[in-house]
Design a protein around this ligand. Structure first.
Ligand SMILES: NC(=O)c1ccc[n+]([C@@H]2O[C@H](COP(=O)([O-])OP(=O)(O)OC[C@H]3O[C@@H](n4cnc5c(N)ncnc54)[C@H](OP(=O)(O)O)[C@@H]3O)[C@@H](O)[C@H]2O)c1
Length: 344
């Protein structure tokens, strides 16, 4: 059993983490932290959980109990980095949902995140926690950097093809769509219901910070071909969809590609290969990533759908905790794998 702290429990991903940890069969102590909502009970900041999970007190994020085993940081980028080095130095396990440690190269933070990285020594001392990818290993390091939501669905769509056919790939293009919760709960006029209802639009073309994160992993597997990544907002609150077009030098046998995906995810509890293009409705509210692959001649099209707050953030973070401790990956994430009495 372990004790857990959630820093940033009032945000979209922090609330989900609180729900999952409250029902997790291996968590016997849970502490919640916030800046703006310190001093309140969890039900005050998340009334939807009244009578569902315990009304835990919310303490101030600058007054952490350092006796806990694991800390989740669900803070905006640039904020996690202020807390994490101190926790790691205390020997704690930290699972960070922000982008503060995802990139390996400190210089990239200036270009993509607009800050000078204050703890570059930790960038090589982290696990990039793509939880369903068979090559993700958890030994020896205390910091798990949870992937971004777009990188999660994009990498799960592309990596099996790159592993098998890297030398034969001409180009890869991922066109991805997100619900508005992907931007967190901070006020933003562009995300008002009256702006987004009945609307859709592309944003951050050629400068989305998830692009270098995706390329970082693809490049490690020998991918050097042109990659294009475009992001769009959908008029839904939750859900993320990615369609990836991959062109190869020569025609590829469709059965070979399907077998590559089947074998890549045969041990994954949360990637479901589908016979048809997935739909958001199949995954929203769950930790699943649904994928379909269609092949014709030298064109491979992979479609993928996730819940951005769960598989793209909190659910994957819990899966990373499970993987780190060698527990069943679905503990706390599937109805058959939760405690029915929440922790105090
Ligand atoms: N939303 C997604 O789909 C998603 C997916 C993957 C990764 N992420 C990442 O996960 C992290 C949390 O995302 P989220 O969607 O949960 O964000 P959010 O809803 O905006 O919540 C962030 C929380 O951080 C706390 N905070 C501390 N310092 C802050 C500051 N200077 N400005 C604003 N908030 C501050 C706030 O709570 P208190 O004041 O109560 O402390 C706030 O509730 C982010 O780094 C985000 O990029 C999000």
């Amino acid at each position: 059993m372990i004790s857990v702290g959630i820093i940033g429990c009032s945000g979209y991903t922090g609330k989900k983490l609180t729900e999952y940890c409250s029902n997790h069969p291996k968590v016997n102590k849970l502490k919640l932290y916030s800046y703006a909502s310190a001093g309140q009970g969890f039900w005050t900041i998340a009334p939807e959980f009244q009578g569902v999970i315990a009304n835990l007190p919310v303490e101030h994020s600058s007054d952490l109990d350092l006796s806990l085993d694991v800390y989740f940081t669900a803070l905006p980028h640039g904020e996690s980095i202020k807390i994490i080095p101190g926790l790691i130095e205390q020997g704690k396990v930290v699972i960070d949902l922000s982008g503060d440690f995802r990139l390996d190269d400190a210089k990239l933070y200036e270009k993509w995140y607009h800050f000078t990285h204050a703890a570059p020594e930790f960038l090589s001392e982290k696990i990039y926690g793509l939880a369903d990818w068979k090559e993700t290993t958890y030994s020896g390091k205390k910091l798990i950097s949870n992937p971004g939501c777009y990188p999660t669905v994009s990498l799960l769509s592309i990596l099996p093809v790159v592993k098998e056919f890297a030398d034969d790939i001409l180009t890869v293009s991922t066109v991805a769509y997100s619900g508005t919760s992907g931007a967190g709960k901070s006020a933003n006029a562009d995300l008002l219901l009256s702006e987004m209802d009945g609307n859709a639009r592309a944003y951050n073309l050629h400068h989305h910070r998830h692009e270098p994160e995706i390329l970082q992993l693809l490049n490690k597997d020998g991918f050097v071909s042109p990659f294009s990544f475009s992001t769009h907002l959908l008029p839904v609150a939750v859900g993320m969809y990615a369609t990836t077009n991959i062109f190869t030098r020569m025609a590829i046998d469709p059965d070979q590609v399907k077998n590559v995906f089947a074998s890549a995810y045969e041990k994954s509890a949360f990637v479901r290969m589908r016979d048809q293009a997935p739909q958001l409705k199949w995954v929203v509210g769950s930790n699943f990533c649904d994928l379909n692959v269609s092949v014709k001649g030298n064109s491979i099209i992979v479609t993928g759908a996730i819940d951005n707050l769960i598989k793209g953030a909190s659910g994957q973070a819990i899966q990373n905790m499970n993987n780190y401790f060698g527990w069943t990956p679905s503990l706390g994430l599937l109805p058959s794998e939760v405690n029915h009495v929440s922790v105090y």
